[in-house]
Unconditional design. Sequence first.
Length: 95
Amino acid sequence: MSDEIVMGHTLTLAGREAEDVVRGCNSSGQGDLMKALAKLPLAVAELGHPKRLDHVFLTRYDDTDYCSWVGRNGGGNFQHIGRLMRIVSSGRAQA
């Protein structure tokens, strides 16, 4: 788990159940929280160094606490980057 907290939240790696939860979910792009979480060490590590992508952003799956990096290539196609992460409120992060 990340030791850093932004806007009352931090990130952890999601468990295997996350793939089933987000399958078929739409996702939402940038917001203040997502922009702040994107700077956390775990998020930066999961992004790595993507190549041949015009734009990358941390996206949250609608109606969930899960997020992942998404990149858009020159042809306009999107691809997921790295592993799923879970957004955890700072109160639950310490439990």
